[in-house]
Design a protein around this ligand. Structure first.
Ligand code: GLU
Length: 475
């Protein structure tokens, strides 16, 4: 018997500018689970909430995935057997299924006005009825036939799910075990709005079924939606997929990851010079642990060792400091030429920082151990491209000393880091100055900065003429 192919999906809503780091985490786990099982990873755009729709957001979301190398097998721009993969292009389907439910008495038409609904809600709140629910006025008032006729005559209506009373609705979450809900606490959800658009609950179930999704892997915040969706699966008599609700990422103070405490948009990480592979590696450690306790491993290795059951549902902490450390480890393990290319590529986006290949290549050995992200390169190395325009130390009182440095270096026959170092160390001794202090003065005179890559090597790269000129500028 052939095994059923694993099909996972992410279903982002184009309601923001970009992908949230939490959604990238969800995408990663969906991707890895599909690849692990030689299945397929699908992207579907859930754009039925037109009030929150942000134009252009869909393209940015898809680009974000590609930037991180999470290529999908089916999706809006790559197509697939089960398309279209954008919900607003599937409206007639949802309508058909909603009315099927009405026919079979799993759902009903509701004509209540917004005003009536808000008055009802207010009354229930006053009476402390929790949670407030629709009172089924239309279900009690109209027979199915009457309701359908009214609808056909043009009266605006929504379709509501008829949530059964006194039932326990449960499902097994693959990492959390059995989760149960009391149906009496669930409102008769709107499935189809009066404008013909489905709500999330209907669209997600119809599409997950039609797209043959058998693993629904999504964030924890969707747990409370699951019983409503289970009711729909039961009503349609469709197989229920396996559910996995991933833990919500937290700030180091354990609050929910939010814009105020951590950067949340994935493009920020790339703009800051984090490497996509390091970000994915770090995200994979959120709730998951490598069986050998490793912290650094490739996506390929993750796919090999990954197991959904190893995910710990307790909110993992997303710590930028740890991510920086990990990113630095990736940088250090890279061949110099690869790092050089990445740095050049990264700075292509900055018009005022156009770097030339050969100079970057020379600086790589000096900074590889120091930088944690690509954007650190400029912090350490800008002086290679531009003469200092301010100095982190007041050099006025060291003019005599700098003149001596200038004269010694002018006479230096071979301009190598070793020669520069020896000559300057001798001068420091003759002047009775501590090596630390002496080199700090030289460092600031040449670079403007107190923190730089190793100075002698940097001076060798800058070249004799340039170094002498820079010393002349400060005396
Ligand atoms: N459209 C939902 C979202 O914005 C999808 C939730 C789900 O995966 O079921 O994340």
């Amino acid at each position: 018997m052939s095994k059923v192919q694993v099909r996972t999906r992410i279903a982002p809503s184009p309601t923001g500018q970009e992908m949230h780091i939490g959604n990238l985490y969800t995408a990663l786990i969906n991707f890895v689970w599909a690849k692990k099982n030689k299945g397929r990873f699908i992207v579907r755009i859930e754009d039925t909430d037109r009030t929150r729709y942000v134009p252009g957001s869909e393209q940015r979301l898809l680009q974000n995935l590609k930037d991180f190398g999470l290529f999908y097998d089916e999706g809006p721009d790559v197509g697939g057997e089960f398309g279209p993969y954008v919900q607003s292009q599937r409206l007639s389907l949802y309508k058909k299924y909603a009315f099927e439910l009405v026919e079979q008495d799993f759902a009903y038409l509701c004509f209540c006005s917004q005003q009536r609904l808000s008055e009802l809600r207010q009354k229930q709140q006053e009476q402390k009825i929790m949670p407030p629910k629709y009172d089924r006025f239309c279900l009690k008032t109209y027979s199915k036939q009457q309701a359908l006729e009214l609808y056909k005559s043009g009266k605006p209506a929504v379709v509501r799910l008829k949530v059964p009373e006194d039932q326990v609705i449960d499902f097994v979450d693959e990492i959390r075990g059995k989760i149960s809900f009391d149906s009496n606490l669930i409102d008769d959800q709107v499935l189809l709005k009066s404008d013909g658009y489905p709500t999330y609950h209907l669209a997600v179930v119809v599409d997950d079924y039609l797209m043959k999704i058998n693993y629904v892997i999504r964030a924890e915040e969707w747990i409370s939606s699951t019983p409503k969706q289970i009711l729909l699966y039961r009503a349609f008599n469709w197989p229920v997929p396996k559910f996995v609700h991933l833990p919500v990422l937290r700030n180091p103070d354990r609050s929910k990851l939010s814009k105020r405490k951590n950067p949340v948009w994935v493009s920020w990480y790339l703009q800051e010079g984090f490497l996509p592979e390091a970000v994915l590696n770090y995200l994979s450690l959120m709730g998951f642990s490598h069986p050998e306790g490793k912290e650094i491993f490739s996506l390929k290795e993750l796919i090999k060792v990954f197991d959904i059951k190893r995910i710990n549902p307790v909110g993992p902490v997303f710590d930028l400091v740890k991510l920086e450390w990990l990113n630095g480890e990736y940088i250090r393990s890279m061949p110099d030429s690869v790092l050089k290319d990445k740095i050049i590529l990264y700075y292509k986006n900055f018009k005022d920082k156009q770097l030339d290949q050969s100079l970057v290549a020379k600086t790589i050995p000096l900074i590889k151990e120091r930088i944690k992200k690509l954007s650190d390169y400029w912090f350490y190395c800008s002086f290679f491209w531009q003469r200092p325009d301010n100095y982190q130390l007041d050099l006025k009182s060291y003019k005599d000393l700098i003149l001596k440095m200038l004269s010694r270096l002018t006479d230096l026959s071979e301009w190598t880091a070793d020669n520069i170092g020896n000559e300057m160390t001798n001068l420091a001794k003759q002047e009775g100055l501590s090596i630390g202090k002496f080199f700090m003065i030289l460092r600031v005179a040449i670079t403007g900065q107190k923190i730089t890559p190793p100075l002698n090597e940097s001076m060798e790269i800058l070249g004799k003429d340039e170094c002498l000129e820079r010393l002349r500028l400060v005396v």
